[in-house]
Each structure stands twice: as C-alpha cells, then as structure tokens.
Design a protein around this ligand. Structure first.
Ligand SMILES: [Zn+2]
Length: 62
C-alpha cells in the first residue's frame, strides 16, 4: 500500500498515511481537522549521479 503525506494547515502538522487511494484530505491526528494532501514524497533527487551511459560504441569481439 502506498504511503501518502498530508499537511494540516491549522496546526502545520505533517503526517503520513497508508492508503490504497490518494484521498484529497485526511483527518489530522493532532487537531482533527481535515488536512490536505501534500505533494508526492517521491522526489527524483536521490543522488547527483549523471545519467550518461559512457560505453564505447562498436564492440567487436571476434
Ligand atoms: Zn492539525
């Protein structure tokens, strides 16, 4: 089950919730107000590894 992040605008509480479907809102565990879903936590910034395949073209082996 995917994990979704929510952010409460009332108390600025950030919490994650396991849901089958990305709900627009989820009850804040802190104040109980409906918190809006934050942007996806799946960001494409793991490490600064260049995505360039530097392999010598033309490999004749025999
Ligand atoms: Zn809250």
């Amino acid at each position: 089950m995917p994990l979704y992040e929510y952010r409460c605008q009332m108390c600025e509480e950030t919490f994650e919730k396991l849901q089958r479907q990305p709900e627009q809102e989820a009850p804040c565990p802190h104040c109980g107000k409906p918190a809006k879903r934050a942007v996806s936590i799946f960001s494409g910034s793991a490490d600064g590894n260049g995505g360039g395949c530097s392999s010598p073209s033309g490999s004749g082996f025999g």
